[in-house]
Design a protein around this ligand. Structure first.
Ligand code: ARG
Length: 263
């Protein structure tokens, strides 16, 4: 069942990216007059609001962990090693903007031991640093509660096209026991944190948002990353929260992996 779900997700993600390639122009025009939903159930982010937000060319999101390293999901990359095939787009909410900063990858580091269950994080080293703020990651469980912000250029409806403009929304924390009622053994509670409106659904990340950050404010009001978009049953369905990698669980591993890539 789990394998089937993951295969299905990959297929849907691939279809969404393919569909985006075909429909970008018409979709863009249609959306110019219509702020529309985003993520699912979101609104457009302001230019500069989430300056560390990255779009990756394979159709995923990411966040600047350092100015030269992007934190994303393990399922967005193929493995570890030298890799110059990924382009990171930074500094814009509009992916078609002439102001977009585009930098290629040099190396990928997929979470050691990643096998499709949990451990859904990866680092992408960029060819050069980008002059933008970075997003701090939570290294304690203190922030695994409350209301989280989610952002991405992924589908704004289940099965829908990728988006030209960055969308944002907020979702409440869902505890592991409640999330397990939806997903049973497919959930790896120590590695994963859930969020969404359990009763009504309607707001969620979706295909193409994977790898992007889920974050909230820390005690000083600064953004802190608590999750990485990973998976879910459909998008924004009542009873099925979004599942995110639990960043605090992996903070030490992410830190040492980034150091091994030379910061
Ligand atoms: N796996 C998806 C991707 O590759 C992310 C799905 C998130 N789903 C959800 N219901 N929150 O983009």
């Amino acid at each position: 069942m789990r394998t089937y779900l993951r295969a299905l997700k990959r297929t849907v993600a691939a279809l969404a990216v393919a569909a985006a390639a075909f429909t970008l122009q018409p979709a863009t025009l249609a959306h110019a007059a219509d702020p529309g939903p985003s993520v699912v159930g979101g609104v457009r982010a302001q230019q500069g609001e989430f300056p560390w937000m990255i779009r990756l060319s394979m159709g995923c999101g990411g966040a600047l962990y350092t100015q030269q390293i992007v934190l994303t999901a393990a399922h967005c990359v193929d493995g570890s090693g030298p890799n110059t095939s990924i382009t990171a787009t930074a500094g814009v909410v509009d992916l078609n903007s002439a102001q977009a900063v585009k930098v290629n990858s040099t190396q990928v580091l997929q979470a050691p031991g990643y096998n499709g269950t949990g451990k859904d994080w990866a680092l992408i080293k960029l060819a050069r640093p980008v002059d933008l703020p970075t997003l701090n990651i939570a290294d304690t469980t203190a922030y695994n509660n409350g209301t989280f912000t989610i952002v991405g250029w992924g589908a704004a409806t289940e099965g829908g096209p990728q988006q030209r403009y960055l969308l944002k929304a907020t979702v409440p924390y869902v505890d592991d026991a409640t999330c397990q009622q939806a997903y049973g053994g497919a959930l790896t509670p120590g590695d994963e944190i859930c969020a969404g409106y359990l009763d009504k659904g309607g707001v969620d990340t979706c295909q193409g948002d994977s790898g992007g950050p889920m974050f909230r404010q820390d005690g000083t009001g600064a953004w802190i990353q608590v999750g990485i978009v990973s998976w879910g049953q459909g998008c924004a369905r009542p009873g099925y929260p979004g599942v995110y990698s639990e960043v605090s669980t992996f903070a030490a591993d992410i830190r040492s992996a980034a150091a091994s890539l030379g910061g």
